[in-house]
Design a protein. Sequence first.
Length: 159
Amino acid sequence: MNKTIQYGQSGLAVLKLQETLNALQPLFPFLSIIKENGQFDNQTRQAIQLFQNATGLLANGTVDSLTWDKLYLKIKMNNLHFLKKTASSFQLVPGENGLEIQKLQSRLNYWFPNRSALKLDGFYGPLTESHVLLFQLKNNLNADGIIDTKTWDRLMAES
């Protein structure tokens, strides 16, 4: 069972909430992709209130068991998945764009909170690539700027 979380809290439960909301974005296009940083900030509160309102829940911004249940039901009913590797040939390269790149940018911001934050624009440009190269170097990975399975798995791991 997931614990109740609300504005001002931080931690893995909040990060899980943010990842879940972002996974639901294709189903609820009025939800913006939010920063996955484990901080229950205004952006997260607004997103959960929009979700609660759209699904008939009390839109109070607090994530209780009813809200968690509705979040997971929507994921399951619509066969949505979190952005994860799906094959050994998984690869993201500079010049690509899309939700996977937004997820990449969000995780790089999580790993480098003291570095200038990447804009979650979904474009794998030079600034994103410089963050990737630094991440790969710091984690003893092949520093080529290509997100392969090893790099992705390490990015998605908890710190």
